[in-house]
Design a protein around this ligand. Structure first.
Ligand code: ATP
Length: 497
């Protein structure tokens, strides 16, 4: 992992956000190569989930939605963790969401404030909890920590409103808090913690304008924000990240088969780009892991350096979201199937609230998984017999930020001009190509191996005579002399295979 982080910075894939100010923990910037890799992953996802399918359409919704969306979805009350701090050893715990315990009983705490932290039992006394780490009875009260970022919408500063509201009044702390909450609530909006809700809220608009028939899906990619208690493993868990989600609406009763279909489809998608497909696996959720609205769920997991962990969740979400938004707004978020009899009345035509299968992937997390999968060190010997290590990023050509590097052997004798001509020919063919004349040829090969460029083309003296170039394969390092047309044909064919 350290090697990946260092390569990302050295070569311009990922930088720490606001680095010159000391960095902002949990935020990252994608550099010139990172942005290309991210866009390529997103494009491949979009191609397989939307463009190549008749039953899925896209959406690009706003990040800030009506705050009631998040009340209805359960995020305002449910997307929060009860946290307790030990005032003595400063350890932080996440308490179980189970009902409050009485003195003499115990409560489950998770170490480090993490949902998957080590489980520890904390005794409950009439004065509160006892720290399961140091035994101190001095622990903070439980405080609800909501993972959604709040901000305010509109020209009114809620703090001005608050100050006006309390002027001249002698209020208790509790009353002050209530006033403050009221002032904040008047302008309060959230940054979305997932892209999914917009697909439910816009269900009718999308279904009707594009005449979609169930089963069908709505797909979306975009930024999501979570005020994570623990940010970790580089870009694996950050507060600002990108998701690729799809809500697939199905007839009630068919959700099991569609869940099976989508888990397999999504797993196969990752494997199709992988060097080590066996590191991508499915894990079914135990029944006590399921969210209350979910009747089944799988995670696509990847074997990261710290072990298997989530890459994507594929959940069967029942009709929970559509039913909740329909009940809250009165909107008819249902579907009428003319061709089917209503199972209850037997009459022609069946109106129902569709069930939903949701493959929810992390784009930035996928980028990390693909980098880890691609990173290879090959031991060899140099021409002096000294041991050397070749670092190769064996990214799938479709994902590689640069597909072809065109390298003039020398900066004279017409090599640069010829190389630029070849660059233009590749651009015309729609291939992401880079002209590179810096450093000795061996160093240029090494650099392009390290950033995952699948092909290097070298322009040399022979090129000037017969127009041929050498094409070098990143993975085998083998070189062949071919015509420019042949090189373009080979690259294009590899990118389309
Ligand atoms: P985790 O268990 O890792 O916290 P989650 O189950 O809360 O993830 P979902 O709500 O199912 O995640 O979100 C779908 C996908 O979005 C995840 O599988 C992951 O790839 C990505 N994701 C979620 N939270 C983050 C985050 N904080 N940083 C980066 N990616 C994230």
């Amino acid at each position: 992992m350290t090697k990946i982080v260092s390569l990302c910075k050295r070569r311009g894939f990922v930088f720490q956000s606001s680095e010159i100010y000391g960095g902002l923990k949990s935020s990252y910037d994608y550099g010139p190569l990172g942005v290309e890799l991210k866009r390529n992953i997103a494009a491949e996802w979009w191609r397989s989930m939307v463009t190549e399918r008749e039953d899925v359409v896209g959406l690009d919704a706003s990040i800030i939605m009506h705050p009631k969306v998040w009340e209805t979805s359960g995020h305002v009350s449910g997307f929060s963790d009860p946290l307790v701090d030990c005032l003595n050893c400063k350890e932080r715990f996440r308490a179980d969401k189970a009902p409050k315990k009485e003195p003499g009983e115990s409560v489950s705490f998770r170490e480090g404030g993490r949902s998957d932290g080590k489980k520890l039992e904390a005794a409950v006394t009439d004065k509160g909890y006892v720290c399961p780490v140091c035994g101190s009875p001095h622990m903070s009260d439980e405080r609800q920590f909501n993972g959604m970022f709040k901000t305010s919408l509109g020209p009114v500063d809620p703090l001005d409103k608050f100050i006006k509201g309390i002027q001249g009044k002698d209020l208790s702390q509790k009353e002050l808090r209530a006033q403050l909450e009221e002032a904040l609530a008047s302008t309060n909006v959230y940054l979305r913690p997932e892209t999914a809700q917009a697909m439910f809220v816009q269900f009718l608009n999308v279904q009707q304008t594009s005449s979609m028939k169930v089963p069908f899906g709505i797909a979306q990619q975009g930024k999501s924000f979570r005020n994570e208690i623990v940010v970790e493993h580089f870009i694996f868990r950050s507060c600002e990240f990108e998701q690729m989600e799809m809500e697939f609406f199905v007839e009630p009763g068919t959700q099991k088969e569609w869940l099976e279909y989508w888990t397999k489809t999504r797993l196969d998608w990752y494997k199709s780009f992988a060097n080590s497909p066996e590191k991508f696996v499915l894990r079914r959720h135990d029944s006590d892991e399921l969210a209350h609205y979910s009747d089944d769920c799988y995670d696509v997991e990847y074997e990261y350096p710290w072990g298997f962990d989530e890459l994507e969740g594929v959940a069967s979400r029942t009709d929970y979201d559509l039913s909740r938004h329909a009940a809250a707004t009165g909107a008819k978020l249902s579907y009428f199937d003319q061709s089917k009899p209503d199972p209850e009345t037997g009459k022609n035509g069946w109106r129902y609230t569709p069930y939903v299968i949701e493959p929810a992937a992390g784009l930035t997390r996928s980028l990390l998984a693909f980098l880890l999968d691609a990173y290879t060190e090959e031991k060899g010997v140099d021409k002096n017999g000294k041991e050397k290590v070749r670092v190769v990023l064996k990214l799938h050509p479709k994902l590689a930020p640069i597909k072809v590097a065109v390298l003039p052997l020398m900066k004279k004798d017409g090599h640069p001009e010829k190389a630029r001509e070849i660059v233009q020919a590749f651009r015309k063919a729609g291939v992401a190509v880079k002209y590179d004349e810096q450093q000795a040829i061996g160093k240029r090969y090494a650099k392009h191996d390290e950033i995952g460029t699948p092909f290097c083309l070298t322009v040399d003296g022979d090129t000037m005579e017969d127009g041929t170039i050498t094409i070098r394969d990143r993975d085998t390092t083998e070189q062949e002399r071919v015509s420019v047309e042949e090189a373009i044909a080979r690259v294009v064919q590899r990118l389309n295979s």
